[in-house]
Ligand binder design. Sequence first.
Ligand code: NAG
Ligand code: NAG
Ligand code: NAG
Ligand code: NAG
Ligand code: NAG
Ligand code: NAG
Ligand code: NAG
Ligand code: NAG
Ligand code: NAG
Ligand code: NAG
Ligand code: NAG
Ligand code: NAG
Length: 524
Amino acid sequence: MFNGRFSLFNVSVWVLTVYLVFHVPLIEMRVDDFEQQALAQAREQPPVSTEKPEPINQHLKLGKCFHMPRSKCPAEPNCTKVGSMSVFCCDLDSARLKEALASSITQNTTYLHVLNATIDELDVSQAMFRRLTSMAFTDGNIDKIVVARKESMDMNTTRQFPKHSSVACLNISNNNLTSAKLQPAIQRPYAYLFNLSVLDASANNLTEFPLSLVHSNRKISVDLSGNRYLPCKNFMKAMEENNSSLVTFLKYRDTYCALDISFNWFKDVRVVQIDHLRIQKEVLNESCRNIKPANINCTCIPERLEFSGDVITNLVAVDCSQRNLTSLPTNLPHNTVKLNVSYNNITSLQTVADDSTYEHLRQLILDHNDIPYILELEGTKFIDNFMLFSIAYNKLKTIHTYVLSNRFYKTGLALLIAGNYINCDCNTEKTLKPWLLENFKNIPDYKLLLCDDKVPVVDLVESQVCHTPRDWTDYIYYIIGLEVLILVLLISKVSYDYWVFKTAGYLPWPANKMPRLPCDWLCE
Ligand SMILES: *[C@@H]1O[C@H](CO)[C@@H](O)[C@H](O)[C@H]1NC(C)=O
Ligand SMILES: *[C@@H]1O[C@H](CO)[C@@H](O)[C@H](O)[C@H]1NC(C)=O
Ligand SMILES: *[C@@H]1O[C@H](CO)[C@@H](O)[C@H](O)[C@H]1NC(C)=O
Ligand SMILES: *[C@@H]1O[C@H](CO)[C@@H](O)[C@H](O)[C@H]1NC(C)=O
Ligand SMILES: *[C@@H]1O[C@H](CO)[C@@H](O)[C@H](O)[C@H]1NC(C)=O
Ligand SMILES: *[C@@H]1O[C@H](CO)[C@@H](O)[C@H](O)[C@H]1NC(C)=O
Ligand SMILES: *[C@@H]1O[C@H](CO)[C@@H](O)[C@H](O)[C@H]1NC(C)=O
Ligand SMILES: *[C@@H]1O[C@H](CO)[C@@H](O)[C@H](O)[C@H]1NC(C)=O
Ligand SMILES: *[C@@H]1O[C@H](CO)[C@@H](O)[C@H](O)[C@H]1NC(C)=O
Ligand SMILES: *[C@@H]1O[C@H](CO)[C@@H](O)[C@H](O)[C@H]1NC(C)=O
Ligand SMILES: *[C@@H]1O[C@H](CO)[C@@H](O)[C@H](O)[C@H]1NC(C)=O
Ligand SMILES: *[C@@H]1O[C@H](CO)[C@@H](O)[C@H](O)[C@H]1NC(C)=O
């Protein structure tokens, strides 16, 4: 991936100028007196591009980057010409920079190196820089780099930027720069950096990777060594298959990136050499090809990088959606934390329980399959660990809520079940509906779980689905009523017998037919 050859480099970047030579006719722009001077020179003389370069190749790096060592710094004055096309300056501050450059940059100047500039603001789109193909401000202290400061109040179009920037090499190495100092000039780097092919931003303290480099379709060589806090995930993006042929990292071995690692209770940053990322990627590609069934061409991407001990671990996201699968894939890459198998014809979840490569899974997306129930997940590591379980638009007929129940105390955890048609009965109303209502925070689409007749489960009404138990309780009341009636009749009969016995002296039927009991003497 490291290609040290000269002259192949194209680029893009942070700063600078729009190249609209072919699209927009030359329109005079607002200029200050300084720029007018440059423009005056431009009108007097033929365009630079027609001139023959002089042999100053001994000072050119990568064929296009003009760079002089400190030992060649001029004595008074601070700037000197090197050949007829190059200007080299040392030790300038804001006050002296303009003056010094104005007096030494001519129409013929195409290379500029300013060593140790201590300046508040560098406007790289100034007219006097317009003819430069190599611009280097190195080993100084720059507070801010801007593009077209004067026009920045009118944000509407790119027309405000200089019409054409020839800069092919930009060296802003070792200027104590942070990403904040480059913003907002760099929000849309491409728009201004049409001819840039080498960017040296080494030895600064940048924290944001110029990702737009990757999105342009141009070849670029970038030196980002000596910036310790650029995020690894951006480098990974730049090193992806299609991008790696576009972005070449100069000083590859000396380029590091910052890996976010989060444990349960603290966050930390590890700085790693970017070649580790390439190795991880190759290991991943290899294991991705080993997913079974063979030749289903799942895609595997690093979801996150983590440290375990001193080893970088790639947490992997696997996408096997729309592969006409009838069962879950097996032999996933090590540390697969996310699996998308939506839009297949999968009918069983048994693999989740059986295949040990599922043990790190946190997110399982199974939408649009043919799963009838989730019972097979009972007791699996996935159920213990999952953060996202999406089983929407399947063939669930029932939901065994106890398989999932212990997990819903955790916030951020989500179960998606929309578009399943449950067999609804009184039991559904008595258990599933309250369960949905209780856990609605973890089941965002709970209103879309439907019964066979397309009524949402949460809209089930007891009186409509629970007939049998109601009838039964009614009978109980009749029986109790009957028993009470019989009791009242019995008491009345006994009372009547007693009254007849006391007044008339005989016992009415049937008491007179009953055998005498010992207690009768007591009564008499
Ligand atoms: C940019 O400047 C730095 C610091 O002076 C120097 O080491 C480096 O070689 C230059 N890069 C290029 C591409 O000229
Ligand atoms: C640059 O110019 C300033 C004032 O003109 C002077 O003080 C300083 O020494 C000069 N530096 C060099 C390297 O000539
Ligand atoms: C850089 O330039 C400033 C003046 O602008 C000077 O004071 C300082 O000493 C220079 N740094 C080095 C390392 O020469
Ligand atoms: C620019 O270069 C041309 C031809 O090389 C030369 O005639 C002219 O004097 C130069 N102009 C300046 C300002 O150096
Ligand atoms: C910016 O563009 C919008 C429409 O594209 C226009 O209405 C507005 O007047 C423009 N603003 C300026 C400052 O040109
Ligand atoms: C951009 O570079 C190409 C070739 O590298 C060159 O032909 C073209 O003139 C350059 N454009 C500008 C504006 O310098
Ligand atoms: C780097 O820049 C910061 C401000 O962003 C400043 O406080 C610090 O002194 C600078 N460091 C050096 C070595 O100039
Ligand atoms: C570089 O940036 C990081 C993160 O913003 C900061 O913690 C660190 O102090 C900076 N280092 C220097 C030398 O400015
Ligand atoms: C790479 O580019 C090709 C063709 O431009 C495209 O089909 C493919 O999807 C791209 N691959 C990636 C990973 O972007
Ligand atoms: C997977 O890729 C191989 C090789 O590119 C191809 O032969 C095969 O048909 C692909 N399989 C599917 C299911 O797309
Ligand atoms: C899936 O099957 C359909 C129809 O049988 C077919 O058109 C499609 O190409 C298949 N897809 C894959 C990835 O095999
Ligand atoms: C597979 O599922 C798709 C919908 O996801 C469906 O159209 C197709 O008929 C199913 N194929 C089989 C063989 O069941």
